[in-house]
Design a protein around this ligand. Structure first.
Ligand code: ATP
Length: 250
């Protein structure tokens, strides 16, 4: 039986009285690739932040790798790419390799320093994302696509078992986006990295994800893409015409 990597039970959260999440429950097993979709303001980022202990639900329980969130301390098992991080101050004085190395610090105790032994891991992550040749360039000098690859390499450098990505493709052109999804799929298939991906690419997510979570403050749908295709929830979300196109492409 697969390990349950994420278990969310009845999570609700309000911001100053405004409901952001209502009784959200779902579980993610090892090796799953879950796409989270939903309209603007439907609570996707809030849910991700709750999962990672960055926002505190008013009610409900969350477990990571079988451990209650409050007791979980193995953060090196998780790679996180937050939304909107690609906008760096152009004068930020860190190279691509240094930014990637920051991803190793979560698993360390004081003093949090990148050691000589960590260099190999950094080299592997740079190579995987195809950014070895620009390792000494300043992050602020790069295009949005290269920055995003750098940040993904940072999320991957500790070889996490769970990768959580919040709208990672916003800054990418279609070609870079395609290769980005390709890398994710490879990691998922070859290393069995569990992926949770928040995306507005709802039309294409079915090509990549094994499961789909459609959120609108509450869970509207959670299951395989094949079950989503043709469901009433899908017609509501996309309309009949787009639904036909998406399912056909899938
Ligand atoms: N820190 C906060 N304080 C107050 N309200 C917030 C905060 N963060 C989010 N919200 C509100 O909570 C709701 C859900 O926001 P959230 O960012 O989780 O949605 P989302 O589905 O990720 O949206 P988008 O697709 O636009 O990124 C929105 O109404 C938002 O304005």
């Amino acid at each position: 039986m697969s390990l349950t990597v994420v278990d969310v039970r009845d999570v609700s959260l309000q911001y100053h009285g405004a409901e952001a999440l209502r009784e959200v429950s779902f579980a993610v097993a090892e090796g799953d690739y879950v796409g989270i979709v939903g309209p603007n303001g439907s609570g996707k980022s809030t849910l991700i932040r709750c999962l990672l202990g960055l926002a505190r639900p008013d009610r409900g329980a969350i477990e990571l790798f079988g451990s209650p969130l409050a007791a979980f301390d193995q953060w090196h098992r998780i790679g996180y790419l937050p939304q909107g991080l690609q906008y760096f101050n152009p004068h930020f004085p860190a190279t691509v390799a240094e930014v990637v190395g920051l991803g190793l610090l979560a698993g360390k105790r004081f003093p949090r320093r990148v050691s000589r032994d960590d260099r190999g891991a950094i080299d592997r992550a740079l190579e995987l994302m195809g950014i070895g040749p620009i390792r000494d360039r300043l992050i602020g000098d790069l295009s949005g696509g290269l920055r995003q690859r750098t940040l993904l390499a940072r999320a991957l450098v500790s070889e996490p078992e769970l990768l959580v990505l919040d709208e990672p493709t916003t800054a990418l052109d279609p070609e870079t986006r395609e290769s980005f999804y390709h890398i994710l799929r490879q990691l998922n298939r070859e290393r069995r990295t569990t992926v949770i991906l928040v995306t507005h690419d709802s039309g294409t997510i079915g090509q990549y994800a094994s499961r789909l979570l459609y959120l609108d403050k509450r869970v509207v749908f959670y299951g395989g893409f094949d079950d989503f295709c043709g469901s009433a929830e899908m017609s509501d979300f996309f309309g009949i015409h787009s639904q036909h196109l998406i399912c056909h492409r899938h």
